[in-house]
Design a protein around this ligand. Sequence first.
Ligand code: ASP
Ligand code: MG
Length: 402
Amino acid sequence: MGIIVQKFGGSCLIDAAAVKNAARIITEEYEKGSGVVAVVSAQGDTTDRLIAKADEISKKPAKRELDVLMSAGEQLSAALLAMAVGELGYPCVTLLGWQAGIVTNSVFGHARIRDIDPERIKKELAKKRIVLVAGFQGVDRKNDMTTLGRGGSDTTAVALAAALNAEKCQIYSKIDGIYTADPSCVPDAVKIDEIDYDCMQELSFLGVKVLNPRAVELAKKYGVVIEVKSAFHSDKTGTFVKEDANMEKMLISGVTKMSNVARIFVNDLEDVPGAACGIFELLNQNDIQADIITMATGNNGKVDVSFCVSGDDADEAERVLLESGKYGASDVICDKDVAKISVVGVGMESHPGVGIAIFEALSNSNINIMMITSSELRFSVIVKKDAADEAVAAIHKRFKKY
Ligand code: ASP
Ligand code: MG
């Protein structure tokens, strides 16, 4: 009996009708004779609402307890889905992370899966039960509940697909695949049939929320082929994420936007060895990741450093840099009114035309570029937030003709 792992995102479990629809998809697969393991996310914005509830009580809740709270959303989904599957007359069982054998490290809020013991799942499948697993959660070696970071249910699904040697790993949401740009912002964006792990990981990192970047990383490591598809058009083929994707000589896989970013300037640093190191060490100690780093020597013999961080980390970055007062920085400025626009594709740096095409598209739309960075897989620019959608559309249009 082949095993199929299906993951249902919060957007396709949003209400009773959606839960019943997911139950239909699951039982249809079961009817084909497969062992079905369905991983669920919390309904809609449940996780955000749980975090908001915590925030009403404490600004710095214990991370362990926040995980106990956040993991409740998936437990709710799993139980409701089990009832819907039961109503259709099929045998099923729900398993929370610990019952499903998902063992993680103890980094609450961002735990990493260390080991999976799939014995219980296998036993349930052998009894011909559909297994419904609460995603996003695990248990550490001390038996404390952990969560895998926002969007972590995808990781649960891929990890289980690997551990169970599943035939398929389907990720259902309300979106029917990966597009060359967000269709709600670029109406003529095109659905991609197949994409390789590296490009998908970049897209996920750079703002495509359909699939979590860590799940893609894991899929690459274990060779799990993922199909991203819509629960509301489940008969339609989605996008396959795999190693040897046929990307039809596509140079560009997609154009993305990230609005939750901030640009930080640290001005008038002493021009001495270790100055940059000091700044980024400080950020690292505070778990803040920086990218698009630039450094420029001013005419006063001092240096200015600027970089981007996630919008969630902006205040903290500003605070730690100001408080440290290291290397004589005269001031730290934080600009949250920016967005990161990226173009992802294979071999970008070996095609010099790509950069020029991006600059031309933005220049023709009169959009100012504030920062630029590139790698083999992507080109990113920072622009003003209110120009972001137009920038995506202009770049996407330019590459349609590429
Ligand atoms: N419910 C969690 C979140 O919203 C996990 C997930 O959806 O994958 O981040
Ligand atoms: Mg979610």
